[in-house]
Ligand binder design. Structure first.
Ligand code: SAM
Length: 436
């Protein structure tokens, strides 16, 4: 791989005797990995688990596989998987992923939250926020909303609100060179310094949203000290109440430069790409979460009865949270959110479905989020039928079932809801997601 000369010189100086080993890794292929989703039914065994990382495996998963389509797995290279593992979100926490698309860290955070608490996944780019929504939906996110905001505007709405904030910052992307050589085009000697300026700006906004006593995870996928240890040093100076929490190293993770609490991931030590991670704690006495005057449900009585009718007939659990209607669309938001009127929203919590004349139709997202034992009526497809379904075909089956809505199952996990009509399963798989 042809690396920029200045890049090579920089790391020859910085890494000394290790530089050759480091630079040689650029002639080897990038390492692929994936995580298994604990919110789904796991029926198959995967090979090549990664030590010390729950849910993590080496290897590639096809975007056309059932494991991918059902949200059972999320592809993410191994080094990037360390970030949310260190963040260790907990059930019931208020969590912000401030730069979240395409969703690697957000879906991983959800894996720790057990559908409890609130995850706000924010992405500044509208286009990327759509991909984020898709990935969150496939993963089966319930207690999560996706916003499409600048950090500044978000900070106005969520002051001192979050227990945990992850900033996986936009960076010079040196750690992505192997995986995505185009990332090299943007690189110049001064690029890390430019990125650091943006990172500090974003951090100022992030810290407005952190609750006293909360934690901040700062990560980048670059090795540039300007964007890593230097930014952390700046944080500690500007915010004296922040303290570095030591990150335990495993699988070849290294300490930060003159900053043993932080972690660096290099491909010549760790089987993965590049990453830097710092964990900081706000040492001010923790406050009780500010009681938010939560929004009220705006369902009409009639709408409520249509939803209840559907839920009673189809679900074995009762979904709780804040039910809100926008137009004819019904959403379920986690409790305890502030007023979101001024926030650009890409995913307003869990989309439950649509009110049609005198009835309720379940959404795709709901059929992805519910586990099979949370649904009363389902139709299980074998792998071949499921792939046909993903390609947009209707499926004829010789089973005797009353007409109506069923959760479509493949390998034990939902592919949304579909209507069974006189011996045929109609295709409700979203057109934009279909296999070509
Ligand atoms: N956390 C993501 C994941 O694990 O899938 C990857 C995030 S990527 C490293 C950084 C993100 O920051 C990009 O999606 C980019 O659009 C976003 N970004 C760029 N400029 C930004 C800014 N000024 N404020 C906030 N986010 C920004």
């Amino acid at each position: 791989m042809h690396l920029p000369e200045k890049f090579k010189e920089k790391y020859e100086k910085l890494l000394g005797s290790e530089a050759q080993a480091f630079l040689q890794t650029f002639d080897q292929p990038a390492v692929s990995g994936f995580r298994v989703n604990p919110l789904k039914q796991v029926q198959q065994k995967f090979a090549n688990p990664i030590a010390n990382m729950p849910w993590s495996y080496y290897g590639k998963i096809s975007g056309k596989s059932l494991a991918h389509a059902t949200g059972l797995v999320y592809s993410q290279e191994p080094a990037a998987q360390v970030v949310a593992q260190i963040a260790k979100a907990e059930s019931g926490m208020r969590v912000l992923d401030l730069a979240a698309a395409p969703g690697g860290k957000s879906t991983h955070l959800l894996s720790y939250m057990n559908n409890q608490g609130i995850l706000v996944s924010n992405e500044i780019s509208r286009k990327r926020s759509k991909i984020l929504v898709e990935n969150m939906e496939r993963f089966g996110a319930r207690n999560a909303l996706v916003t499409n905001e600048t950090p500044e505007r978000l900070a106005n709405v969520f002051p001192a609100y979050f227990d945990l904030i992850v900033l996986d910052a936009p960076c010079s992307g040196e750690g992505m060179f192997r995986k995505d050589p185009e990332a090299m085009q943007y690189w110049s000697e001064t690029y890390p310094t430019e990125c650091a300026r943006l990172q500090r700006e974003i951090l100022v906004e992030a810290l407005k949203m952190l609750k006293a006593g909360g934690s901040l995870i700062y990560s980048t996928c670059t090795w540039a000290p300007e964007e890593n240890e230097e930014v952390v040093k700046w944080l500690l100076k500007e915010y004296p109440y922040l303290e570095l929490i030591p990150i335990a190293k495993f699988n070849g993770m290294q300490a930060g430069i003159d900053q043993p609490e932080t972690a660096r991931i290099y491909p010549h030590h760790f089987q993965g790409e590049g990453q830097f991670i710092a964990k900081l704690k706000d040492t001010r006495p923790s406050e009780k979460s500010v009681k938010i005057r939560s929004g009220k449900t705006n369902l009409s009585r009639e709408q409520l009865s249509y939803w209840q009718d559907f839920a009673g007939k189809h679900l074995t659990i009762s979904l709780s949270g804040l039910f809100q209607v926008f137009g004819d669309q019904l959403y379920l938001l986690p409790e305890g959110l502030p007023d979101l009127a001024k926030v650009k929203i890409a995913r307003n919590g869990l989309h439950l479905g649509t009110f049609k004349t005198k009835r309720f139709e379940p959404s795709f997202a709901l059929g992805m989020a519910l586990k099979s034992d949370e649904v009363k009526k389902s139709i299980a497809l074998d792998d071949e039928q499921a792939l046909q379904y993903l390609s947009g075909h209707t499926i004829s089956l010789t089973i005797d079932r009353p007409n109506g809505w069923y959760q479509v199952l493949a390998q034990g996990n939902g592919l949304g809801f579909a209507k069974w009509v006189n011996g045929t399963l109609k295709n409700y798989y979203p057109k934009g997601l279909r296999l070509k």
